[in-house]
Design a protein around this ligand. Structure first.
Ligand code: Q9C
Ligand code: ZN
Length: 345
């Protein structure tokens, strides 16, 4: 399968995040993409540099003020103090209920809080460049589907599915899967489906399409009552307005076995088949893996081949977009198993 891969991913390399009150090395690291690239090459897949500019599609997915903030965030941070080149910015205050989010503060940390859902998404000098290359890959992949490819893989990082119209979160900055779905609509697909199989609910993607019937969002994930992102992803979120009935959440209890996950996948596939999509976008999180350090599902390497085979049966042109998956050394095998399972069928 043709894969879009950019070395620019390595420019996003913050040093630490907060975990249980401590500073720990970032789970979402450049090593993840290195392992995926290595496994793709070892198994004979072709890597291509993204060749599309996602800017016009990004403007349809994210707000102008969020994009402007993200693009300039590091230079604004540096302008505060030259010593900031060695410091990661984190938000410390957020406009929760009763506080205003319509007025953009001048203070950098206040703006960072305005545009963040958590303190778990550290920025560094190359974050914009890496995230932009990921969105470019998503648009490039859609172009190849238009040219007749059946499946294309975007081996990108940082991930995207927690990012909403005007906020980052959960290691995500630009919503690559939403960019792919929107680019497919622009390219003439009347109906698109997004299937999110990351361990964590894709709150950003859901929110971007919640009131739309043209893009169906279906997600399998850890129950948000106990799992990140906590505040979205419940089964009673079915869509709003014209989008009523076009959002399907299939939360599973933490610790669910693989058989329960595949049962839920059948429900997801049945809903997508009913939608009659012209194209499918898969938010391919691999943190459902038994060895994942921050998640509790139990999929094994062979289960990812089975996932790819099942998705191929939908018989719809498909863009795979890498999301989470933090057992870095196994990430390549698991990702390539999905795309080879898809091609096998
Ligand atoms: N701060 C994705 O898989 N919480 N994001 C981790 C440490 C956030 C995962 C706890 C997990 C986000 C794309
Ligand atoms: Zn995840």
């Amino acid at each position: 399968m043709i894969t879009f891969f950019s070395e620019q991913h390595a420019l996003h390399a913050p040093e630490f995040e907060f975990f249980r009150g401590e500073r720990v090395p970032c789970f979402e690291s450049p090593a993840r993409a290195v392992f995926v690239r290595q496994q793709l090459l070892a198994r004979g897949h072709t890597l291509r540099e993204p060749d599309a500019d996602s800017r016009p599609v990004l403007a349809q997915v994210h707000t102008p003020r969020y994009l402007a903030f993200l693009e300039r965030a590091w230079s604004d941070w540096m302008a505060l103090d030259p010593a900031n080149c060695a410091r990661q910015p984190f938000p410390s205050v957020w406009p929760v209920r009763t506080l205003r989010s319509d007025v953009e503060p001048l203070n950098f940390t206040a703006r960072l809080g305005l545009y963040s859902m958590d303190n778990g998404s550290p920025l560094c000098a190359g974050t914009w460049a890496a995230a932009k290359a990921g969105a470019d890959a998503a648009v490039s992949a859609v172009g190849l589907l238009g040219a007749g490819e059946r499946g294309v893989f975007c081996a990108t990082r940082p991930p995207g599915h927690h990012a909403g119209a005007d906020f980052m979160g959960g290691y995500c900055f630009l919503n690559n899967a939403a960019v792919a779905a929107q680019a497919l609509r622009q390219q003439g697909c009347d109906r698109v489906a997004v299937l999110d199989v990351d361990y964590h609910h894709g709150n950003g993607t859901q929110s971007l399409f919640y009131d739309r019937s043209d893009v169906l969002f279906v997600s399998l994930h850890g129950d948000p009552r106990t799992e990140y992102p906590f505040y979205l992803g419940h089964a009673d979120e079915t869509g709003a307005g014209a989008g009523e009935g076009f959002n399907l959440n299939l939360p599973l209890p933490a610790g669910s076995p693989a058989c329960a996950w595949f049962d839920a996948l059948e429900v997801a596939c049945a809903r997508m088949a009913r939608h009659g999509a012209d194209a499918l976008v898969v938010s391919l999180g691999l943190d459902t893996f038994a060895g994942d350090p921050i998640s509790t599902f139990a999929l094994k390497a062979d289960d990812y081949s089975r996932l790819g085979q099942r998705l191929a049966k939908l018989a719809v042109p498909t863009v795979f977009v890498l999301e989470g998956g933090y057992a870095a050394a196994e990430l390549g095998v698991n990702a390539v198993n999905v795309i080879e399972g898809f091609e096998q069928d």
